[in-house]
Design a protein around this ligand. Structure first.
Ligand SMILES: Cc1cc2nc3c(=O)[nH]c(=O)nc-3n(C[C@H](O)[C@H](O)[C@H](O)COP(=O)(O)OP(=O)(O)OC[C@H]3O[C@@H](n4cnc5c(N)ncnc54)[C@H](O)[C@@H]3O)c2cc1C
Length: 593
């Protein structure tokens, strides 16, 4: 496998040339205190060292060895503990955390790049710190002052990690039917009893304590999602002097044997009257958990991208070396018996698909991260717009980037021919690791429904209108000869997205099944259009900087042309499919399948 190299230049291009993150930080006083361009560049460079030198080298061994289970204890793969300690010593768990409790308060637009680097290096490793970061976010937003003082500081310090305990054997997508019970105790705590499955990082040997965020219901709670509460359940109790006390009644019953992310512990967690503490208000637990879940959803999108970036780097190096066949126009490699496979149109197609979709996904994830920063740190109209766009685009980030991530890891495997199927080369690991990203944290089918049913139909198109207005304003500002090759197809794509949205809004008023039938195609139409918007932005900067003679901008421009010519047209067949209606799905009886 090629050594992983963090695409630092592209990240810096996006942050400072395309999205002008430094100007945004200056505008937002809470961020201006913590970050400027020099700090951000230094953070990216230091983080790249950890990803390239500490985490990427242990990835393949982790895939081969996996985690082991012994009487309730879980041992992580060789090298994981040392790499985790180095990560903690570098202060990385605090990166996006609340400064009041020891966090560094860095914006999402920066931490999104950090997450991508870690995921390209190894998704399994990354799951341990990113779940902790997501849990910390929920605790910081909804927890009592006492809980925050006691737990948040140690989570940011990297002493303690966290897990997210939602899923039960009979309750996955439908959390309203969970059975885990919470019984109020005289001391104000709750006794938690139930069994959770598929819990990432539920048990392991990386940290001395694990903070579980658990969804449960009080005996008299309303039925469905409105009766769910959120509890913090520590593996070890914490004494008043902040030392660790007795073990709580929570244990790992077993771990799963999986298709991928082998070095991530996926645990059955049993709560047998474990002591838990309420986070937020009773029966409002799902909303509190959504603070974490929305963070993780964007993070899972970035996992898909991370795996695809690694796969592309490997495939490119391999394609340059592999000699097979001759160029259609005659042998180019004079004196050799064959050309490198880079001469073949189909190999170039595969590599350019990966390059254009990866760079487009990175740009779009950076744009979405920026909206989250406006939502968190902005004020007034700017904040409201950030909130609207972040809400609209969270399901898009999760599903679109992971569908493309999986497609790209398979493409990267294909570039290797038979060697892609052989474990030694590492491409099969990336396919396996990327596959789960389409499933967990709400399947991509659920994300598509969230986008079309809740965000688009649910807001009567208002959230989508915020994004359409932004794209139209950009189109109007960039009506010049140089940009026409991008602005024209972008305009058509935006017009078609508006038309499709209106069409589905209208159709759904007659038959609600139209939403579920169209949701997946709709999400992808939206995704390719949004990606065209950020590719146009990148092309505009590349055009302006072309005169510098730097190859980076030439490559960007040519990749933009590839995106608009070969990939954006995918939306045309998706639109036809989205409009085909629900009858063909529901007119066939179940026993005729
Ligand atoms: C490796 C791994 C790690 C995980 N980590 C965690 C974790 O840390 N914490 C945690 O709580 N959970 C975790 N999960 C659970 C994961 O989030 C769920 O598996 C996932 O949300 C889907 O739930 P399910 O498996 O019960 O599938 P189901 O809900 O049974 O879904 C089955 C199929 O039906 C579709 N479907 C279901 N309902 C609808 C609907 N309303 N509309 C359209 N389609 C629908 C789904 O899209 C899917 O295709 C993990 C799972 C795995 C495999």
């Amino acid at each position: 496998m090629a050594d992983y190299r963090v695409p630092l230049k592209d990240m810096s291009f996006l942050l400072f040339d395309v999205f002008k993150a430094d100007a945004m930080w200056q505008q937002l006083p809470k961020l201006a205190e913590n970050v400027d361009k020099d700090t951000a560049e230094a953070i990216l460079q230091e983080c790249a060292k950890i990803a390239e030198q500490e985490i990427a080298p242990i990835s393949q061994q982790g895939h081969e060895t996996g985690v082991s289970f012994n009487h309730g204890d879980v041992t992580t793969a060789p090298g994981f503990k040392d790499a985790f300690n180095t990560y903690v010593e570098g202060g990385w768990p605090a990166l996006g955390g609340d400064p009041q409790y020891g966090g560094m308060g860095m914006p999402k637009i920066l931490t999104a790049q950090h997450e991508e680097m870690l995921c390209s290096a190894d998704i399994s490793f990354t799951l341990y710190p990113v779940l902790t970061a997501g849990a910390a976010l929920s605790l910081a937003k909804h927890g009592s002052e006492e809980l925050k003082q006691r737990y948040l500081t140690r989570m940011y310090a990297g002493d303690w990690s966290a897990s997210m305990c939602l899923t039960e054997s009979h309750a996955g997508s439908d959390l309203g039917i969970i059975r885990t019970k919470a019984i109020p105790q005289d001391d104000g705590s709750y006794s938690i009893t139930g069994s959770k499955i598929f819990i990432t990082g539920g048990e392991h040997d990386l940290t001395e304590n694990i903070v579980h965020l658990v969804l449960a219901k009080l005996p008299d709670a309303p039925a469905g999602p409105r009766g769910i509460s959120l509890f913090l359940v520590p593996k070890f109790h914490v004494n008043d002097d902040e030392t660790l006390g007795e073990r709580n009644n929570v244990s790992c019953g077993s771990i799963e044997h999986k298709m991928g992310i082998n070095a991530s512990a996926t645990c059955v967690m049993n709560f047998d009257g474990a002591k838990g503490y309420l986070i937020g208000e009773l029966n409002k637990g799902l909303a509190c958990m959504f603070t974490m879940m929305n963070f993780e959803r964007i993070g899972v999108g970035i996992q898909g991208l991370g795996a695809a970036v690694r796969s592309y780097q490997n495939a490119l190096e391999y394609a340059k070396d592999r000699l097979q066949g001759k160029a259609a126009t005659g042998l180019k490699n004079i004196g050799k018996e064959a050309d490198s496979i880079m001469v073949h149109g189909d190999v170039r197609r595969m590599l350019l698909n990966m390059k254009a979709l990866n760079e487009g996904s990175r740009a779009l994830s950076t744009y979405i991260a920026m909206q989250l920063d406006y939502a968190t740190y902005g004020e007034g109209e700017q904040q409201a717009k950030g909130e609207a766009l972040a809400a609209l685009m969270t399901p898009l980030a999760k599903a679109f980037f992971t569908d493309l991530g999986f497609e790209n890891t398979v493409t990267g495997q294909q570039v290797f021919g038979g060697h892609g199927f052989i474990r030694e080369w590492g491409q099969e690991q990336l396919v396996r690791d990327a596959r789960i990203t389409q499933i967990y944290e709400g399947t991509n089918g659920i994300q598509a429904m969230d986008l079309l049913a809740r965000k688009v139909v649910g807001s009567k198109g208002q959230l989508m209108q915020v994004f359409i207005d932004e794209m139209r304003a950009y189109i109007n500002e960039n009506q010049n000869d140089n940009m026409q090759e991008f602005i024209e197809p972008l305009t058509t794509a935006v017009d078609d997205l508006v038309e499709l949205s209106d069409y589905l809004l209208e159709k759904s008023t007659h038959n609600v099944n139209e939403i579920g039938a169209a949701a997946n195609d709709y999400l992808h139409v939206f995704g390719y259009t949004a990606m065209a918007f950020v590719w146009a932005k990148m092309a505009a900067v590349a055009l302006a900087k072309q005169a510098t003679g730097d190859d980076f901008y030439e490559s960007k421009l040519k990749t933009a042309r590839y995106y608009f010519t070969r990939l954006l047209p995918r939306r045309i067949s998706l639109i036809a499919s989205a409009k085909s209606g629900c009858d063909v799905l529901f007119d066939i009886d179940d026993d005729l399948f």
